[in-house]
Structure formats: structure tokens, C-alpha cells
Design a binder for this molecule. Sequence first.
Ligand SMILES: [Zn+2]
Length: 374
Amino acid sequence: MTFQTLTPEAMLARLVGFDSVVGRPNAPIIDFLREGLSVQGLSVHVLPGPEGDRANLFASIGPEDRPGYVLSGHLDVVPASEPDWRGDPFTLREDGERLIGRGACDMKGFVAAAVAMVPELARMKLRAPIHLALSYDEEAGCRGVPHLLAALPGLCAPPAGAIIGEPSNLTPVLAHKGKAAIRLSAKGVAGHSSRPDLGRNAVHHLVPVLAAAVEQAQALQSGPQDGRFAPSWSSLQIGTLAGGQAINIIPDSAQAEIEARAIAGVDPSDLLTPVIDAAKAAGVDVELLSRYPALALAPDHPLAALITRLSAREPLGAVSYGTEAGLFQAAGIPAVICGPGDISRAHKPEEYLTRTELHATCALIRRLGETLSD
Ligand SMILES: [Zn+2]
């Protein structure tokens, strides 16, 4: 079968077959999509990131000089090392309605539907374009998509909207919290604990910074509130803590990882400022691990009306997981989340999408095409 004649199921099987695990080079899946889409006459742009060995892909169907709509998905998946897989996670298995494989739900199912619909969309004579924006390393904190968004002004007219196909049971989602994460590293000088005067205790250096984080976490509870989110405030937590080798050795290193989650209108990086200030004062190193802004589309925005019509479902106010949608919005492109499958199946063994969900996604994309054609 040629690329153009692959059914959505067959396309999903091909995509799942690439073990495009986050944080690794992704040339095989990019080459597969670039070749298959180029053959169909699409202008396809491979947009490498600074890593040099991995890339985003952007392709357009229809007139690129007019504002259109972006279908956005990530090509990376989380590792599949859980022992509970009942088959090879990178070989799509069919079990009745279920299509099982790593990424089937998060989110190669959406990507498969979009790519499998390209021949049909190409025949529709679209008045406004439909773009495919496929990113890398989303699972590492949206590392790939910023490079795609930076290149976008040179590739097409400013899009009227973006649909991020993260699992939402094909119910539109208009908002999620933003997030920023940092790693703190304190260095000390090792020695016997009986002679603290000869060493420097890295854990002791870290503690005031951790205290600042706890204080900030408590203060945020009575800070700005947004009732669309649960909880309604921005939050912060120390997620990991490590340091020291033995009780009678002066610790020569100590680390902690801290994340902050921001309601709409709050920069997640700002939430970490008191912690970063404390780190500077204590001589503790700070490394930014990831950051993406909150998503908040106004319920009366035309994109909200469009996605409500396409999905035939009333939008949900907010979800607790983060996506690339906030980065599209920050780049000036209105964004919503609407993708097949349930987020509770993601990052788990035996991850699956049902055939019905896959075909419902194709139908939604078909309705978008029909909306944009004469
Ligand atoms: Zn995802």
C-alpha cells in the first residue's frame, strides 16, 4: 500500500512502529512523513531543533497565504518499559475495538487521523489552508514546538487557530494551567561528620531554598484564583530531593526539583522567583528544566464556536494536564485542545485508542475541511 492509500488504522500502525521515544533522534518518523506528504504535492518543511538530530515537521494543504487552521500533535512518546505490556509496545495490536500500542492514545492516533485525511482534504479545494504541525520532545516539557513556532511566520499567513489533538475524548478544552520546572544543585565539600569545620555541607546550603519554596507554596493558596481550575490557585511543590551519602559523611552535593503550575494570566516562571532568589543568595545553582504557559481561550472566541460545531460537544472549561496549546497561544495563535481517547490511558501499559475514536477524529477533520471549502 502506498502512503496515500493507508487507512487510518494502517497509518496508526505505521506511526506506532517508529519507537520515537522522547529525548532521542527522530529522523525515521520524520523521513516517513516527509516523503509521504511530499508525494502528495504538499509543501513540507522539516524544522530541526538546536539538538541537530531531531526535527519538527510542518506541512500545508491549501493556500498558505491565507489564515487557516493548524492540526497539531507531537510525534514523541514516553518510554514503554513497563512490564505489563502484553505484546511489543511498538507493534500495533488489535483487540476488537482496541488499537493497542505506545502512543496510540497520546498522541499518534490524532496524528494518524490527520495524515490519513490528507488525500481527502487535498481534493476539497480549500479556501483557507489546513496545516499539520508535528513536534518532537513534547514529553520532555514541550522542547520541540518552540522552534516550529519561531519558523511559522516564514511559512504561512498567521493561522486563525490551532487544534491540539491531545486526548480529550474529542471534547473541546479551552484552558489548562501553565508550568515551569527547575532543578536546584548545591555543591559542598565532603569530609568526616566529626569535623564539619573542614568541609561544607551541601544539604545545609539547600535547606533555606527549600524553605522559601514551601513558604511560596503556602502563600500561593491565597493568591490569585481562577475557578475554572482545580485547585483554583497557582501551586508549587518540591517533587524530588536528594543529597548525601551516609550519616557520618559531610554531603558534597544536594539536589531538588521544583515545579510550579500557574493559572491563566500568571507566568509560571514568576511563581519560582522567590525560590530562585533564595538560591542565588545561598549560592545554589538553578537549571530551568521546562516551561510552558497556561492556555485560556475565551469561551466567546470564534475558535471556541468552530470547535464546538466540529466536535458537536460543549467545551470543557479546563483540564489539569498541560499541552503545547499554551505555546501556540503565546505565539499569537488561538488554540484549543480536542483529540481522541482518554488521558487516563496515556503513559500506561496497554495504551489504546478505539477504532470508533480514530474514525470520529477523521470525521471531525473532514468537517473542518468542509467548513473551509466551497
Ligand atoms: Zn501528549
